[in-house]
Design a protein around this ligand. Structure first.
Ligand code: AN7
Length: 349
């Protein structure tokens, strides 16, 4: 039996007797030790937090379960979000679980196939606009001001409350906070939530140190790095194709308070890390999830020494979300005649 993050961490969350303890089994995701990348960068305490193991295949479930629980507590019957894909998949799943209506507004042509499939399968109303995520979010904000429907983007404060449980799990698993946390940055909610989680755990005596927060935006969508919104964000990592992050201030605060950094990472470096994770570590993540690892490789190759440090990279979503990007960037299959000799020949025997 899995209790989920709302019940497990209820003393750290806005849970009261009227809050339904709903769950799809989110949280309690594996923290797996690196093999190949650890060797490459000379860091023997490198770990990956596998958030793709959540029920809908991304970290979004941690915050969505909390936001939906509070929506039900408050008597809401419908939820809505703008999304680059994973938030919509998660919202649709928790709405289906709880019998709420869900509507999601997504940028047409820029949501990975698996995520769209999930939202549709879970029965959400999926509205694709000829515009980007930032425009979709703006429209959704207007709509929730006019109609009785609950916003479940991370502007909903319960989302980040739920998401901070991932930081708790990292500390629980390691017995201490890591020295560094590497994480992709899109709308900047997750880096904000992790920092809050680490700070709260230290304040309550569950840990006695804090990590440096190392966030990475895609170069074509690097608003925080450049210090101004990007009107037309571009990146192969569609999950983080966001030009005006809602939690911009939270990300800057995490960087400043932790002595960390927020940097930009090019698409080719994201794709390199994406493949290294898949074929060197056995971890198939979606492209956006590789951005933090790409950032770690970039810093290590520039000479930053991670030996003796404990490093955690958050792998935010499953590779199965986006089969199209995977198939476009791998060598093709080999068609062989249906006989043993032909197969042996291809195998080099
Ligand atoms: C796999 O689903 O914004 O910096 O609408 O799906 O907290 O936004 C997704 C973001 C990283 C960035 N990795 O996290 C959405 C959405 C994956 C993601 C991010 C997202 P934030």
């Amino acid at each position: 039996m899995r209790f989920g993050v709302v019940q497990k961490y209820r003393s750290f969350l806005p849970v009261n007797p009227g809050t339904p303890l709903i769950t799809l089994g989110e949280g309690d995701t594996p923290l797996v030790q690196s093999t190949r990348i650890a060797r490459e960068i000379g860091c023997d305490q490198l770990y990956f937090k596998l958030e793709g193991c959540n029920p809908t295949g991304s970290f979004k479930d941690r915050g969505m379960v909390m936001a939906v629980a509070k929506a039900i507590e408050e008597g809401s019957k419908a939820i809505i979000c703008a999304s680059t894909g994973n938030t919509s998949a998660s919202a649709a799943a928790y709405a289906a679980h709880c019998g709420l209506a869900a509507a999601v507004v997504v940028p047409s042509g820029y949501v990975a196939l698996g995520k769209l499939t999930q939202a549709l399968m879970h029965g959400a109303q999926v509205l694709a606009i000829e515009g980007n995520f930032d425009q979709a979010l703006q429209m959704v904000r207007t709509i929730v001001g006019r109609h009785p429907i609950t916003l479940v983007n991370s502007l909903n404060p319960y989302r980040l409350e739920g998401q901070k449980t991932a930081a708790f799990e990292v500390v629980d698993a390691l017995g201490a906070a890591p020295d560094y946390l590497f994480i992709p940055v899109g709308n900047a909610g997750n880096i904000t939530a992790y920092w809050r989680g680490f700070v709260e755990y230290r304040r309550t005596g569950k840990s006695d140190s804090l990590p440096r927060m190392m966030g990475f935006e895609a170069e074509g969508a690097a608003a925080i790095v450049r210090g101004k919104p990007v009107a037309q964000p571009t990146t192969i990592a569609t999950a983080i194709r966001i030009g005006n992050p809602a939690s911009w201030r939270g990300a800057e605060q995490a960087r400043e308070e932790s002595g960390g950094l927020i940097d930009a990472i090019a698409d080719d470096a994201i794709i390199e890390a994406y493949h290294l994770l898949a074929n060197g570590e056995g971890l198939f993540v979606e492209p956006a999830s590789a951005a933090g690892v790409a950032g770690l490789l970039k810093l290590a190759r520039r000479g930053q020494d991670f030996s003796g440090k404990t490093v955690v990279c958050v792998l935010t979503g499953s590779g199965l979300k986006d089969p199209d990007t995977a198939m476009k960037t791998v060598p093709g299959m080999v068609a062989v005649p249906a006989d043993v000799a032909s197969i042996e020949k291809e195998l080099g025997y």
